[in-house]
Design a protein around this ligand. Structure first.
Ligand code: GLC
Length: 618
């Protein structure tokens, strides 16, 4: 359609971005005709956007910080494990709301071959839901129900690769050059071997190497993740256009947050490590503009599991933003390091860096997700305490798998490559905190301590600015599921350890604080409500580290408009007393309302305190 005939609202937004969008596009894809096709695709996607979603866009544009409110609380879940299928999730929306959740991340649910799905991250059809989970209509209806309840819905957009069963891959395999050009095909191993010299491996044990021999095509194909996940070639304009259209298709089904899966990997170039290349940022910047033009109520969440210096650039700049949201991945890993070492110095150092970032940056804070915990810690910092990378990773893994004498944690290794000493770790929050072992031993003290640690970690996550995201089941302390060992389709991938079925019988105990489930659920609710009520938890608050004079106790201060919070977290195995005599004002315990003696603050082993002072009510 000619631009003149475009809808006014669309045109206004398009015009705002045209110069930059076009310039970036032509830098990567020099042909004007490709840009024209891209532009047409954008308009087509806009015409397919429902009035309802356009109204939501308008409301969100009027309040651009809608997702930064302190009451936003996320939950991440597998549809099948949580409620069987999409309609099951719809029926469970009341439970989700009872958890205080208003941002729901559903794990990949698009068509994916059984047994070769990587938990749904090998997509065979971006327009079709896995039949056992429901249909696209079910997904749209769920999104509508969520919107009615003020919840937003997040879905993965697995953009780095397709399943080998995707139509493009099938046609490529059959020899169609046009489709081979959508992937990375090589006649022999010469070039792949050159890549291998510089490109690290994502799954060194479960899927070694970055290339796979494709028998039918008689060629080598690039497969950074599993051999059945074929990397897309974004240097081909048709790939970028069609994949962007697939993303907009999901946005038009009512998805509010698009998780850009494995985004640092999407551009490959020989002679590099194929991670975080400048072209990746150009693509993400264009996708951000695309959303602002077609579906401005949509947010981009980048999955950048990298060290902080690589993560932050994905926010882009104030003038040229890229992602709205990013994972606070190093903080997450540093928290588990602290659990294993009882030493807060690394976490303090890490948080110091996060607190120094602009407040506009919104992180998703989390303790556990569907993936393993990778030990991407600041090793140069740890070196000053004599902790070397390989022995330290071994220690963390020994502790968190419970092999270290006296450790109550129960986890399993992931991609253990003894040559590299680089194993990662799996397990649920509850099992890693010692709840599972304490319940097996039936020791009340240990269980009490483990539950306290679990709550302390959550409190620590809630104390940070950004959006806290619970991993479904953590709200009732769900333990590891060892059943995957007996399933031949899952046995090789220990991430299934923490992807077990939701235990609804256990969830029924959530109202009874005498049960472990109830103690966790009720305490989390109490913290979440406090977080929502108090402006000190605003993303705009000042945040800093407190000097606790104890390397086992982390202290965080927050201040916002006359309200001040002192948060203390004891990672030690014993009770600790902290004194903060220099803090002005009278403090009370935020959760139980009791008075606090600043010169003698007692923290039980693995416990925390939230103290508040309101300077405006004196
Ligand atoms: C992301 C996902 C992970 C998946 C990978 C490949 O890292 O979180 O689960 O295996 O991408 O798509």
């Amino acid at each position: 359609m000619k631009k003149k005939a475009w809808d006014k609202a669309f045109t206004a937004r398009y015009d705002l971005h045209e110069t930059e969008l076009k310039a970036l596009f032509l830098e990567l894809y020099p042909h004007q005709t490709d840009f024209d096709l891209f532009r047409e695709m954008l308009y087509r996607a806009w015409t397919e956007r429902s009035e309802e979603l356009r109204a939501l866009d308008a409301a969100r544009m009027a309040e651009p910080d809608w997702y930064k409110k302190r009451g936003v609380l996320g939950m991440q879940m597998y549809v099948s494990a949580f409620a069987g299928d999409l309609n099951g999730v719809r029926k469970k929306l009341n439970y989700i709301r009872d958890c205080g959740v208003n941002y729901l991340h559903l794990m990949p649910l698009l068509d994916s071959p059984r047994g070769r799905s990587d938990g749904g991250y090998a997509v065979a059809d971006f327009r079709r839901v896995q039949p056992e989970l429901g249909t696209m209509e079910d997904l749209s209806s769920l999104a509508q129900d969520c919107h009615k309840q003020g919840m937003s819905l997040c879905l993965d957009f697995v953009m780095n690769h397709t399943s080998e069963d995707h139509e493009w891959a099938r046609r490529a395999r059959a020899g169609e050059k046009e489709y081979q050009d959508r992937y990375f095909f090589f006649d022999d191993w010469t070039v792949p071997q050159q890549y291998e010299a510089l490109v690290p491996q994502v799954f060194p044990t479960t899927a070694p190497g970055n290339f796979t021999w494709c028998e039918e095509a008689g060629k080598v194909v690039m497969t950074t993740f599993y051999p059945y996940q074929w990397d897309l070639n974004y240097a081909n304009p048709a790939v970028f256009r069609d994949m962007t259209e697939n993303m907009l298709f999901l946005c038009n089904r009512g998805i509010d947050v698009i998780r850009l899966d494995a985004v640092p990997y999407i551009w490959k170039e020989a002679g590099t490590n194929c991670r975080n290349l400048p072209q990746v940022h150009k693509l993400v910047r264009m996708m951000r503009m695309v959303c602002e033009i077609v579906c401005p109520g949509t947010l981009l969440l980048g999955e950048v599991v990298m060290e902080p210096s690589k993560v932050v650039p994905y926010f882009g700049t104030v003038d040229r933003p890229e992602c709205h949201l990013l994972y606070n991945v190093t903080t997450m890993a540093s928290i588990w390091h602290t659990v294993a070492t009882r030493d807060v110095r690394l976490l303090r150092h890490q948080l110091g860096q996060v607190f120094a970032l602009p407040r506009e940056y919104t992180f998703l804070n989390y303790l556990r997700c569907h993936d393993d915990i990778g030990w991407g810690l600041d090793y140069p910092f740890l070196w000053q305490f004599g902790m070397g990378e390989v022995p330290h990773k071994r220690y963390l893994n020994d502790y968190l798998t419970g092999r270290f004498p006296g450790s109550p944690a129960r986890g399993e290794l992931y991609n253990d490559d003894p040559r590299l000493g680089d194993a990662r770790l799996c397990g649920t929050t509850a099992s890693l905190c010692g709840i599972e072992s304490a319940r097996q031993e039936e020791t009340y003290e240990k269980l009490d301590r483990a539950l306290r640690l679990d709550l302390t970690l959550h409190a620590c996550m809630f104390t940070l600015s950004g959006i806290p995201v619970l991993y479904a089941g953590d709200e009732i302390g769900q333990e590891n599921d060892y059943g995957y060992h007996d399933d031949p389709m899952k046995a090789a991938d220990s991430r299934y350890l923490h992807r077990g079925r939701m235990d609804w019988t256990a969830a029924e105990k959530r109202a009874d604080p005498e049960t472990p489930e109830g103690r966790l659920f009720q305490s989390l609710r109490q913290m979440e409500k406090a977080r929502e009520e108090h402006r000190v938890f605003d993303g705009q608050a000042d945040v800093w580290l407190l000097d606790t004079r104890d390397d086992s106790v982390l202290g965080i201060g927050r201040y916002r408009e006359g309200e001040k919070l002192l948060a203390l977290f004891n990672f030690a195995d014993s009770e600790r007393t902290v004194s903060l005599p220099d803090e002005l004002g009278e403090y009370r315990d935020l959760l139980d309302g009791g008075p606090a003696d600043k010169s003698c603050l007692r923290l039980p082993a693995g416990g925390f305190l939230w103290l508040i002072c309101d300077f405006t009510t004196d």
